[in-house]
Design a protein around this ligand. Structure first.
Ligand SMILES: C[S@@+](CC[C@H](N)C(=O)[O-])C[C@H]1O[C@@H](n2cnc3c(N)ncnc32)[C@H](O)[C@@H]1O
Length: 339
């Protein structure tokens, strides 16, 4: 995967306060079109301004901005070039299975029982470079708005999607999942993999999911958890690797979903897959260490490898979990609201 060549003009919409009118339609999802540029015009401006931070006065700004920096920084970028398009865990069916096969299985498993019709409108938040969005478009023919806060990942996602011939179905846009620039009741499915852990206000993210879903629409999530019993000291070590401000346990998600009027359809414990996933992720970096561009101090790479090992060890000790859940937007008990 290419890691250079940011297309600055593509990223420019990320400079705004992300308070786009709540009237976005399908065309609006292409950020360059929102800026009034055609794709040809955008391509003629390869050296355009590159925006690296959000401008917003929202109290969560500091945390979101720190996460954005984490995804733009050097070692992380070098590692993603090694890992390829999947930035999530995998479902292994046998020891030593290639990581990519397990990662593809995770996406397929999350998607396959949804019975998605081709006219479904899907929102993927925190999309990385969009492997799930491409799978949903390719397999089910549905349209996917793939959103994230990383300009670099969005640009790579667009490249990969164009190369796959799926850009008529998958659109990329900059959006913080705490404050989505989409109209109420706009989507049939809200999809999020391995990204809620970054949110300082997960209930707000789930509330935004509810808002943009039509009545009866569904959320599909896989995410890492930390059991309530884990000590603060160990929790701090776990959070440090991913710059997570706080990580929830399964019961926290169940409570938040119930409070927001979601009816849980399934909650699968995939925790046994965390250690093999991180062992494989670490192994990939070790195997391709020579491909890491010069300029990254060995100490940084060593520190990252040590953190992967710590996650493997913590996962084996039951201190990091991984859950997949699916829930349907139902009635809000307090108000009787069906929206
Ligand atoms: C571990 S990666 C997972 C990416 C992708 N879901 C996948 O599975 O390949 C976490 C993603 O969360 C995104 N992210 C973190 N905080 C976010 C926020 N506040 N709003 C939207 N995306 C966010 C990052 O940009 C990154 O793409």
């Amino acid at each position: 995967m290419r890691v250079d060549g940011h297309r600055g003009a593509d990223c420019a919409s990320l400079s705004g306060p992300l308070s786009l009118a709540k009237t976005a339609n399908w065309r609006d999802l292409h950020w360059s079109e929102r800026l009034g540029e055609s794709r040809d015009e955008r391509r003629r401006q390869p050296g355009g301004q590159r925006i690296s931070a959000f401008v917003t006065d929202d109290p969560i700004h500091g945390s979101v901005s720190a996460t954005q920096s984490f995804y733009e920084e050097g070692v992380r970028v070098a590692f993603e070039a090694i890992w390829g398009e999947h930035l999530h865990l995998g479902l292994f069916t046998r020891p030593k299975e290639p990581l990519i096969a397990a990662q593809r299985r995770a996406i397929r498993t999350m998607a396959e029982s949804l019975d998605l019709p081709a006219d479904a409108e899907v929102l993927e938040v925190a999309c990385g470079v969009g492997p799930a969005a491409r799978h949903l478009a390719r397999r089910y023919g549905c349209r996917v708005a793939a959103t994230s806060i990383s300009p670099r990942q969005l640009a790579q996602g667009l490249d990969l999607t164009e190369a796959a011939g799926l850009d008529h179905l998958v659109r990329f846009a900059g959006a913080d999942y705490h404050q989505l620039p989409f109209a109420d009741g706009r989507f049939d499915l809200w999809w999020c993999q391995e990204a809620l852990l970054h949110s300082p206000d997960k209930a707000r993210v789930l509330g935004e999911a509810r808002r943009v879903l039509r009545s009866g629409g569904r959320i599909v999530v896989s995410d890492l958890t930390v059991p309530t019993a884990v000590s603060d000291a160990e929790r701090a070590l776990i959070y440090a690797r991913v710059h997570a401000p706080v990580m929830w346990d399964k019961a926290d998600y169940e409570r938040a979903l119930a409070a927001l009027g979601f009816d849980i359809e399934r909650f699968d414990d995939w925790s046994a897959q965390v250690a093999p996933s991180y062992a494989a992720i670490k192994q990939a970096v070790e195997a391709h260490r020579a491909d890491i561009p010069p300029g990254f101090p060995d100490a940084q790479v060593e520190a990252a490898l040590a953190q992967f090992q710590l996650w493997v060890d913590f996962a084996r000790a039951g201190k990091i979990g991984w859950f997949h859940f699916r829930a349907r937007k139902g009635r809000l008990a307090a108000t009787g609201d069906r929206q």
